[in-house]
Design a protein around this ligand. Structure first.
Ligand SMILES: NC(=O)c1ccc[n+]([C@@H]2O[C@H](COP(=O)([O-])OP(=O)(O)OC[C@H]3O[C@@H](n4cnc5c(N)ncnc54)[C@H](O)[C@@H]3O)[C@@H](O)[C@H]2O)c1
Length: 252
């Protein structure tokens, strides 16, 4: 029996990349999973079903309140409850890198709207469902950049530091409901969009590797174990924490 048998999870930004690996990992442990992305999640749904799991496509724009609400409602209608929310969706590979004084106000607002407001909106919609069962796990995806500092991506880095802030404050606010809120901070990870779209990050994978205690390229699969731990009863007394999963590049 899997560690998440009987649990229901919603993973945002799960149509591809790291989110898709989280969804597949949660399903392999027995959770029923909703794939919530701007893009169709049907391919990931099919993969999960072919492997014997259960999943639905619950499309969503996390930055839109009505859309976030609809995704949570669709999940609960399909599976009867919601136990696990993975806030993985982010504007990341689709945003231009630029020095702090060249970032446009439009880009700043676009990144904040998805990466910060989107996390808050999904929590706002999911927590009432978790409260019904006095149990829940929220896993927010931050970034090692929030701990290390970096250049030419200030809007993104600020948004991922905000995710750490949301994690800590929300953990205190809903601890009384027995809902745990934690974050995972990945290092530079060779997800398909990083390799396809983000030529700067894709090209610097070898360089990043040298900053790590464990000297190899990080893959989406490297992040799944931390997600399963934080989604399972194994972490029931851990909340407000940010776990850096980057092979020992940022240490805090
Ligand atoms: N890959 C890395 O190097 C790396 C490093 C640190 C942190 N992260 C974080 O990990 C997460 C996943 O990264 P990835 O490499 O798989 O990126 P990705 O760009 O492949 O995936 C992001 C997903 O979010 C979806 N999305 C974007 N805006 C959305 C919205 N408004 N509503 C719903 N879905 C939306 C996209 O369609 C996409 O499927 C992100 O939060 C990213 O910031 C990635």
């Amino acid at each position: 029996m899997g560690r998440l048998e009987g649990r229901v999870a919603l993973v945002t930004g799960a149509a591809q990349g790291i989110g898709a690996e989280f969804a597949k990992g949660l399903a392999a442990e027995g959770a029923k999973v909703a794939i919530s992305d701007m893009d169709s999640g049907q391919t990931v749904v099919d993969i999960i079903k072919q492997a014997g799991g259960d999943a639905i496509d619950a499309p969503c724009d996390v930055s839109d309140e009505a859309s976030a609400r609809a995704a949570v409602q669709k999940t609960v209608e399909a599976f009867g409850r919601l136990d696990i929310l993975v806030n993985n969706a982010a504007i990341f590979t689709m945003v231009d890198r630029a020095s702090f004084d060249e970032i446009t106000v439009d880009d700043w607002d676009r990144v904040s709207s998805v990466n910060i407001k989107g996390v808050w909106l999904m929590c706002k919609e999911a927590v009432p469902e978790m409260r019904k069962n006095s149990y829940g796990k929220i896993i927010n995806i931050s970034s090692g950049r929030a701990f290390k500092g970096s250049t030419h991506f200030l809007h993104y880095d600020a948004s991922k530091a905000a995710v750490v802030g949301i994690t800590r404050s929300l953990a205190r606010e809903i601890g009384g409901d027995n809902i745990c809120v934690n974050a995972i901070a990945p290092g530079a990870t060779a997800s398909e969009n990083v390799l396809k779209r983000d030529t700067a990050l894709g090209a610097s994978m070898e360089g990043t590797m040298k900053t790590r205690a464990l000297k190899r390229i990080e893959t989406p699969e490297d992040l799944v174990g931390a997600c399963l731990f934080l989604a399972s009863a194994d972490s029931d007394f851990i909340t407000g924490q940010s776990l850096v999963v980057d092979g020992g590049s940022a240490m805090h």
